[in-house]
Design a protein. Structure first.
Length: 229
């Protein structure tokens, strides 16, 4: 697949892949080596980008693709024009969960991500003043596209956690003044089990801009998050 790249797990990898140009395609998965090998066989990437913590995992896959350290993206020349692309250019390759069969690759075009960002911005009242916390894995469209890519589109601040930890989530909400986050029931249960749930607060929800205060509080209540207690 022309211009494609496969990233293994790292939270910031999908964002930094923009350095490859608008036609770069990323599939970010938390899979066992045999499952990754199946993905590579179905859609061979030109470059495999691996964070150091997953080097052994990549070695177990075998020498099927060229490898490069993630840091090489940061060292790429500045000012290089992005690859030409349009609304229908493929930008992201996500694989289904495989709950009822073998995971299948789904190609998302620029148009899909753009309109998803527009719709999410309207739904969440998302603006450049927001501070978004992402604790869901980026190999899920939920972690990547409910708030993360829409936040980048809106110019909001995004804080990425490599993995979910309830204490670290509380800390980030309070320290970073998080205004929006997505938490699934299992995550909320883990947070509610901690003693600090009953006293946790979010300075951001308490000090929303006057014009948005009512809608933001209602939105916080719908999310049932400790961020908005």
């Amino acid at each position: 697949m022309r211009g494609s790249a496969l990233t293994i797990r790292g939270a910031g990898a999908a964002v930094r892949l923009r350095a490859l140009g608008r036609d770069a395609r990323a599939a970010q998965l938390a899979l066992a080596p045999p499952e990754h090998a199946r993905v590579l066989a179905s859609c061979p990437p030109r470059v495999l980008i691996v964070e150091p913590a997953f080097a052994a995992h990549a070695d177990a896959i075998g020498g099927q693709v060229e490898t490069a350290p993630l840091g090489a993206l940061d060292a790429a020349p500045r000012g290089v024009p992005a690859a030409a692309g349009g609304e229908d250019s493929p930008v992201l390759l996500c694989f289904t969960s495989g709950a009822t069969g073998v995971p299948k690759g789904v190609v998302l075009a620029q148009r899909a991500l753009f309109w998803n960002a527009v719709n999410s911005s309207h739904m969440h009242d998302l603006t450049s003043a927001d501070r978004v916390l992402t604790t869901l894995p980026l190999f899920h469209v939920g972690g990547l596209n409910i708030l993360t890519t829409p936040a980048l589109h809106a110019g909001a601040m995004v804080t990425l956690h490599a993995k979910f930890d309830p204490e670290a989530t509380f800390d980030a909400i309070e320290r970073e003044r998080i205004t929006l986050t997505v938490l699934v029931p299992a995550q909320l249960s883990a947070m509610m089990a901690l003693p600090r749930w009953s006293t946790a607060t979010s300075p951001a929800c308490a000090s929303s801009r006057p014009a948005r205060r009512s809608s933001r509080r209602n939105s916080c209540a719908r999310r049932s998050s400790a961020a908005c207690r």
